[in-house]
Design a protein around this ligand. Structure first.
Ligand code: FAD
Length: 453
């Protein structure tokens, strides 16, 4: 029997673009292989929880293989913390089961609703990249269903070229069926956080550079509407996992922080709700409320996943959706580049509701992995008229400063600029062609950026 599929209007987390895709939902690893072999679609792309923002997990009028039902834990070594699981397991599921047993994710993004497959395909980074690097540092190996139908075990030592093409390869080398990850030990479900209010960008960067090494995690919220002397003012939030012995007596269970409040956004807010006036009011309040304060005990949910407290918070941007624009700039030119880009944004008449700044450590070997040593800035910008030309202007500034754009967030970059940003693209293309001689893997992102032929 041929595998069943349904035609659906799909989008990424930014709800832009929305495209009609033919969606398969296999339940077993064997069904994934049967789908690829079925000849039903011209091409396929895997999809996890759809938390990439743009069109990475879309394949217009072609196949999307939703991996979320492949969510079984396969084995766990309680001495080393090595977990083997199917690729549709979410980071939320890993935390739910393993945190009470004293294990946490070695790298986590700003939401726990991403799958292990999605984390590998984007070689995700967390607030600890400056110390620990990205997700790929903690993947011992994975099993890849290659476009030819073979299942390949890949690790940094077994088929390393396929391993490093798949890490950050946005699902274009095949489907990760399962992976072995190294979890990290923790003593509690809490983080001690130092808050520091930085009056401008110079101060924020200097403070991060001078003292980030003391913290496992470091991130800054930036007021992207501030200009002049206060350009780039923000709040630094830096922390370390709390040891059980350091917790105050009121904390009854070190490994089980009480869940915070949870809200639902049931309706789309009108597009335009987040405008310069509302964002300015929010930024002024946020900056005023977050005073410099050392050693605050914060639950892991509040520290790592503040946005997860509102289900479907992406509806705040209304039906037109939004683009998350995330760049990284190398250490040497980063300061000047950030100034230029923040200044251009502040003068543009547009408002970024969320603006987040982090420092990255060394790049991984991933051919299309995003991080490189320097600074990363992420901005949420509502879709409105002339957004693409504006972002292309920022792309040019990013390129001029030797930087690049994160594919997991992207929806508007152009192929020429992409090629100039990713120097290992040709190596990726050559390997992808070898792995996928019939061109079975593609996505809307891959066609827009001409990643594959
Ligand atoms: C609120 C929020 C905060 C975020 N914060 C961060 C952050 O701090 N750091 C960061 O790095 N990212 C961050 N992200 C982005 C997110 O981590 C990545 O986009 C991640 O890839 C999403 O995983 P997913 O399971 O939702 O995958 P999807 O969005 O469904 O797919 C993403 C890519 O993975 C591929 N893929 C999915 N499953 C497989 C598989 N089994 N085999 C091969 N390829 C596969 C898809 O083809 C696609 O190219 C954030 C996203 C949100 C919404």
């Amino acid at each position: 029997m041929k595998p069943a599929f349904a035609t659906k209007a799909l989008s990424g987390w930014g709800r832009y673009p929305v495209e009609s895709c033919h969606v398969f939902r296999p339940e077993k690893r064997s069904e994934v292989a049967a789908t690829l072999a079925s000849g039903l679609q011209s091409s396929y792309i895997p999809r996890g929880l759809g938390r990439s923002y743009g069109d990475a997990a879309l394949n217009e009028n072609a196949g999307v293989i939703w991996q979320v039902r492949l969510n079984r834990f396969l084995s766990f070594d309680s001495a080393s913390g090595e977990l083997e699981c199917e690729s549709g397991v979410s980071l939320a599921e890993i935390i739910q089961y393993f945190l009470p047993r004293g294990w946490f994710l070695p790298v986590t993004p700003g939401t726990k609703y991403v799958t292990v497959g999605g984390a590998i395909a984007a070689d995700i980074h967390g607030k600890n990249h400056h110390r620990d690097g990205g997700f790929s540092n903690f993947v011992r190996d994975f099993r890849l269903l290659a476009p030819t139908g073979e299942v390949l075990l890949c690790s940094p030592t077994a088929r390393p070229e396929i391993f490093w093409a798949t890490m950050g390869g946005m699902g274009l080398t095949g489907i990760v069926l399962s992976a072995r990850l190294r979890l990290r030990r923790v003593d509690s479900a809490y983080v001690f956080v130092d808050y520091y209010r930085a009056p401008n960008l110079e101060d924020a960067l200097a403070t991060m550079e001078a003292s980030d090494e003391r913290y496992e995690y470091s991130v800054a919220w930036i007021d992207a509407l501030a200009t002049g002397k206060t350009l780039g003012r923000g709040v630094l939030m830096r922390g370390n996992h709390a040891a059980a012995a350091e917790l105050p007596a009121r904390v009854r269970h070190a490994l089980a922080a009480p869940p915070g409040p949870q809200w639902n956004l049931f309706v789309d807010l009108p597009s335009g709700t987040l405008n310069r006036l509302t964002v300015k009011a929010f930024n002024t309040t946020y900056y005023a409320v977050h005073r410099t304060a050392p050693h605050r005990l914060v639950s892991f949910e509040k520290f790592f996943y503040p946005l997860d407290a509102i289900n479907q918070w992406n509806r705040m941007y209304g039906k037109r959706g939004f683009v998350q624009y995330q760049i990284v700039l190398p250490q040497a030119s980063g300061r000047a580049g950030l100034r230029t880009i923040l200044d251009r944004l502040a003068r543009s008449g547009r408002a970024s509701f969320l603006a987040v700044l982090k420092r990255f450590g060394d790049a991984s070997n991933g051919l299309l992995s995003f991080p490189l040593r320097g600074y990363t800035l992420a901005l949420d910008i509502p879709v409105a008229r002339e957004l693409a030309p504006f972002l292309h202007e920022l792309d040019r500034m990013t390129l001029d400063h030797g930087g690049r754009i994160y594919l997991a967030k992207d929806a508007v970059l152009r192929a020429g600029d992409f090629a100039a940003m990713y120097p290992k693209l040709e190596s990726f293309r050559a390997l992808q062609r070898k792995l996928d001689p019939k061109g079975l893997f593609s996505s809307s992102l891959a066609r827009r950026l001409k990643i594959v032929d």
